[in-house]
Design a protein around this ligand. Structure first.
Ligand SMILES: Nc1ncnc2c1ncn2[C@@H]1O[C@H](COP(=O)(O)OP(=O)(O)OP(=O)(O)O)[C@@H](O)[C@H]1O
Ligand SMILES: [Mg+2]
Ligand SMILES: [Zn+2]
Length: 512
């Protein structure tokens, strides 16, 4: 007898439907065909044990399991459950008239309990798209999948529970999730606030600009100047995630298997701060079964690289392309997979090994040439891709001890949100663009126009600072954001001038 169940394979952040055909006929052997990897092949043993432990049996006949389409590689152990149910149906141990209305995924333990899977959210999205009525999956992954509406999300603890639901013996209550108010509850939940940073008004200003337009920032300054402290407060002034952004980000974390048990939508922007010993695969993604790296986990949020020159140069270089394209492409023999990597980079560094180069009071003790060499650890093309270069000097003891009340993150965030609303309006015909930093050259030309005086200023700056064409576009985007923060329709000369001053590391004069 032939039975059909449906499962799913996840590539990158998208799921594809896999048909599992089980045929039981006269003979004796078990065959699995359709490009399964070794973990899928071992399914036979897990399934056999799980069936036995729950009062069923593996048919003592010829069993053929075909996973289709054959050209998609099936990986991992999460096909156990649809295979087991297919075998039960094909050997007439259960009778499920509407089996084809369900997409089923889950790994079986030997006793028949169901273990969590990766990628439940993309699987649920695809299941709804293809018109399935229900999705049976591990209970731990149910809340992740329940974001998707018009789909019965059925979390099962074990094989028996899934079987009882399918045969109509005892129904599982579908999990429903209301996304309406979850974004409200997360706002204002920050441990660190700009209110307890004394002084540093210019740095706060540059971080406000960065947050408002989604720009990349590098902070350069001596030890103890407050770089790490300032960077850690960036999340507190970021605009809230839109539902669209949240779905994109949650999908990536779902694929990476990073969502906490019973977690659903990611409601606040990710802030990823990998250590400088990170490998290039962990940073940009990759591996045998391609997994998203830190830059993708930071999608629609922030990637913080503290002490930038300490990262291996090769690791930093692999970031160049994704920084430009806002996605990372991982190529494998048969397919290539894209992971979104639309993140805002915030980096920090000391100006030299001793840390005191250019310090107002302390003397730099580095040998000549060492300063330049230190800076060179971060390549020009990478610095080019960073919109705002800010020099952080420590605040004086008097200022530190004054303990004056300074502006809170909430007040700054209000202005950031205002500026984002202007951008939302600007990009309403470009649904894939969320902020000024994401504009391409074409859009910069049409949306960042400057007058004659502005052009003259920019020309002088380009020549004097030796700026690249990329830096030119970045200056225009940053000026656009500065004008948005000021609520001005046109980019004015002072907006441009402020943007130019954030290119200090391009200057040939730095450290020479
Ligand atoms: N402007 C400030 N207001 C209040 N506290 C400050 C300020 N600047 C520095 N501090 C204090 O100094 C500590 C050191 O700052 P932080 O670790 O951020 O420096 P850093 O620039 O990252 O130094 P390093 O280069 O050594 O990593 C902070 O934890 C904070 O207690
Ligand atoms: Mg630090
Ligand atoms: Zn030095």
């Amino acid at each position: 007898m032939l039975a059909k169940t449906y499962g799913s394979a996840v590539y990158g952040v998208d799921a594809h439907i896999i048909t599992i055909e089980v045929n039981v006929s006269t003979g004796t052997k078990f065959f699995m065909v359709g490009l399964p990897d070794s973990a899928v092949k071992e399914s036979e043993h897990r399934v056999e044990s799980a069936l036995k432990q729950n009062g069923f049996s593996m048919p003592r006949q010829k069993v053929i399991v075909n996973l289709a389409p054959a050209d998609i590689k099936k990986e991992g152990s999460s096909y156990d459950l649809p295979i087991a149910i297919g075998i039960l149906a094909a050997s007439a141990q259960i009778d499920v008239p509407n089996l084809e209305e369900y997409l089923i995924m889950g790994e079986l333990a030997l006793d028949g309990s169901i273990r969590p899977i990766k990628g439940a959210l993309p699987i649920a999205i695809e299941a709804r798209k293809k018109g399935f009525k229900g999705l049976i999956l591990p209970k731990e992954n149910a809340s992740e999948a329940a974001i998707v509406d018009n789909l019965q999300v059925l979390g099962a603890d074990n094989l028996l529970q899934a079987v009882r639901h399918l045969t109509g013996f005892e129904l599982i209550e579908p999990l429903e999730y209301d996304t309406r108010d979850m974004f409200q509850t997360h706002i204002n939940e920050y441990e660190a606030d700009f209110a307890n940073v004394q002084g540093q008004e210019n740095i706060k200003r540059s971080l406000e600009i960065a947050a408002a337009g989604g720009h990349n920032v590098i902070m350069i300054g001596p030890p103890g100047a407050g770089k790490t402290m300032l960077a850690k407060r960036l999340p507190s002034i970021l605009p809230p995630l839109s539902l669209q952004e949240s779905l994109e980000t949650t999908k990536i974390h779902s694929v990476a298997g990073h969502l906490k048990e019973h977690a659903s939508l990611i409601a606040s922007r990710p802030f990823r701060a990998p250590h400088h010993t990170i490998s290039d695969v962990a940073l940009v993604g990759g591996g045998g079964i391609p997994q998203p790296g830190e830059i993708s986990l930071a999608n629609n949020g922030v990637l913080f690289l503290d002490e930038l020159p300490e990262f291996k140069r090769a690791v930093l270089e692999v970031m160049r392309q994704p920084l430009e394209e806002r996605k990372v492409t991982i190529s494998r023999a048969k397919i290539s997979i894209d992971f979104p990597a639309n993140f805002m980079l915030i980096a920090s560094m000391n100006p030299c090994p001793c840390g005191y180069y250019n310090h107002p009071e302390k003397e730099c003790v580095c040998a000549p040439g060492v300063v330049q060499k230190y800076l060179n650890k971060v390549s020009g093309p990478l610095l080019d891709r960073i919109d705002l270069h800010v020099e952080v000097t420590p605040v004086s003891f008097d200022q530190l001890s004054a303990d004056r009340k300074t502006e809170s993150s909430e007040e700054i965030r209000k202005r950031v949100i205002e500026a984002r609303l202007i951008q939302e309006e600007r990009f309403k015909d470009q649904p894939e663009i969320y902020n000024n930093a994401m504009m391409n050259s074409q859009m910069v030309k049409s949306m960042c126009q400057i007058n004659q005086a502005g052009k003259a200023l920019l020309k002088t700056a380009m020549e004097k600072l030796g700026l690249s064409a990329r830096a030119y576009d970045r200056i225009l985007k940053v000026s656009r954001t500065i004008a948005d923060l000021a609520g001005k329709e046109d980019i004015q000369i002072e907006h441009l001038a402020e943007a130019i001053q954030y290119r200090s590391l391009d200057r040939d004069g730095w450290a020479s």
